[in-house]
Every structure is written in structure tokens, then in C-alpha cells.
Design a protein around this ligand. Structure first.
Ligand SMILES: C[S@@+](CC[C@H](N)C(=O)[O-])C[C@H]1O[C@@H](n2cnc3c(N)ncnc32)[C@H](O)[C@@H]1O
Length: 273
């Protein structure tokens, strides 16, 4: 009989001693939650968890105060991931659930998932040829707007969303606004001088009417901040200034609605169409 290959034999030092709990595998959901909560992405509510699972998030722990109700929702709204959710969800008392989240969600479901690596996201953003635009939010300030934009980008199949400035696009409030759809696109923060390659179409009310333009798949669609519009740095990097139709005397649209109109225009008239 051939001698066992030492490389494939278990390391006696790392083998569990019978009866000794294996860290994590034997820990309850609340212990695992506390171990992960500092670094993981909070998925707040059933819909965020559903989307994250659909788009391949690695969920580390998921809790609910009412497992039967959560699985009934899955039967109704997400039969495609029902079994995965059933395997993940652990029921805890409502008070325990409420103590784990900043603000209880009506569905009483919450989970923690591994944040995708920055290196992986940068690779996706840099990949060419690009088949869908990258949305750039230049110095955004409002966390809810950023979440709504990530949800739009996921819906239109955009390559990713890049933010410049100090707002963290993975902030829990942004993830809540994005309904867990950060996992459906590549979301990162980058300085303007490190934006991915591609022609920059910067949205500004003073630009050329978007209706006369076709937006290419490799475009970077850039939007200014809620308060002060496009920064000088972003303007300097822009290849085209593009305006959304707006009647005189209206100053501007909301940031997220501007992204919605622009992505719709790309989907209806650009390379994508
Ligand atoms: C709320 S607006 C910014 C308003 C800001 N007070 C300003 O001075 O531009 C946020 C962003 O949405 C986009 N936006 C809003 N209305 C637009 C329009 N009519 N045409 C093109 N972009 C628009 C621009 O990118 C703008 O920077």
C-alpha cells in the first residue's frame, strides 16, 4: 500500500479535538453576527437579502424574528432563492433581532454578507470591451441618492457605479437604499484621475441635448453633486457635456432621477438598443 501523501494529510495541530467547539461552525447566529458585524455588509430586510443571494453574495449569517413569515415571502416573491434562504435564515426572538440592527425593518430579516473585494471590482470596472456604461457620481452627498443610483445601475445592467469624494458607497444607508443590489454591479470609490478608461459623458443642464446623442456602451456617465453640480476636475476629464430636456425656469433635476433618464436613454437609443 502506498504511503499517504503528507501534503494531503490533515495537520494534527489544526484538527479539532473531539468535543471542542469549532469556532464559527458551532457558534450560534448571534455570536457569529457579533464576530462579523464590524467588517461585513449589513443586508437590512428581506428584499436586500433576496437580491444579494440572487447576485451571488456570500452571506455569513442571516436572522429573522419570524422564519415562517420570511419563507412565506420567499414562496411568494422569490421562489428562485427560497431554498437558499431557508438554509441561511435562523430564527431569533424579536428583541434579539432588533438589538442587531440600527432600525428594525418591517420584514424583521437581516443578514451580513462579505463585501466584494476592491481588486475584483476594479477589474470589472477596467475590463474592456465594456458592454454597458459605468455611472460616475462626482462628490455625491446624499446616501439615499447613492443607493437609488446603485439600484438603477443594477436594473439597467450597468458595469458599475463609481463615486468620487468622501461618501462611502458601501455605507449601510446606501446599501439599504440600494436594496441589496450592490452585489449586482461593481461599486467602488475612486479619485477622478483613476476613473476607468472610456469617453466621459458628463451630465449638465448647459450641455448638448441628450436626445440628439447616442451613448456608447463604453461610456462613463458622470453626474455632479446635489449641491454644486460637476466639479472642475470632472469637467476637465469630460469629453462631452450632455443636457436632459428641461423647461426654462427649472434649475435642475434630482441626481437619481437624472441617472434614471440617462440610463434609459442609453438603453433605448445607445449601442444597447
Ligand atoms: C441636483 S443636480 C445639481 C444641481 C446643482 N445646484 C448645480 O449647480 O448643478 C445633480 C446633478 O444631476 C444632473 N442634472 C440635473 N438636472 C440635469 C439636466 N437638466 N441636464 C443634465 N444633467 C442634469 C447633473 O449631473 C447635476 O450635476
Amino acid at each position: 500500500m502506498a504511503a499517504p501523501d503528507p501534503a494531503s494529510a490533515p495537520d494534527p495541530a489544526s484538527a479539532p479535538v473531539p468535543g471542542t467547539p469549532v469556532p464559527d461552525r458551532d457558534a450560534g447566529p448571534v455570536t457569529r453576527w457579533h464576530r462579523r458585524s464590524g467588517t461585513a455588509v449589513l443586508l437590512d430586510g428581506f428584499h436586500a437579502l433576496k437580491h444579494a443571494v440572487r447576485f451571488g453574495a456570500k452571506v455569513e449569517v442571516a436572522v429573522t424574528a419570524d422564519r415562517a413569515a420570511a419563507l412565506a415571502l420567499a414562496d411568494e416573491l422569490a421562489p428562485d432563492v427560497r431554498d437558499a434562504l431557508a438554509a441561511l435564515l435562523a430564527e431569533v426572538p424579536y428583541e434579539t433581532y432588533a438589538s442587531l440592527v440600527p432600525r428594525p425593518h418591517p420584514t424583521a430579516v437581516a443578514a451580513l454578507a462579505v463585501r466584494p473585494s476592491r481588486a475584483g471590482n476594479l477589474e470589472k470596472l477596467a475590463h474592456t470591451p465594456r458592454t454597458a456604461p459605468v455611472v460616475v457620481l462626482d462628490l455625491p452627498r446624499n446616501l439615499g441618492n447613492a443607493g437609488a443610483v446603485i439600484r438603477l445601475a443594477a436594473g439597467f445592467g450597468a458595469t458599475g457605479v463609481v463615486t468620487t469624494g468622501t461618501l462611502d458607497p458601501w455605507h449601510p444607508t446606501v446599501v439599504r437604499g440600494g436594496a441589496g443590489l450592490h452585489f449586482a454591479t461593481a461599486v467602488e470609490r475612486l479619485p477622478v484621475d483613476e476613473l476607468p478608461a472610456g469617453p466621459v459623458f458628463a451630465l449638465d443642464p448647459e450641455g448638448d441635448d441628450i436626445r440628439a446623442l447616442k451613448l456608447p456602451d463604453d461610456a462613463l456617465l458622470a453626474f455632479g453633486s446635489e449641491r454644486s453640480g460637476l466639479s472642475a476636475e470632472l469637467r476637465a476629464r469630460a469629453d462631452h457635456l450632455v443636457a436632459l430636456p428641461m423647461r426654462p425656469q427649472v434649475s435642475s433635476y434630482n441626481l437619481a432621477t437624472s441617472v434614471a433618464m440617462t440610463l434609459y436613454h442609453w438603453s433605448a437609443t445607445g449601442d444597447a438598443s
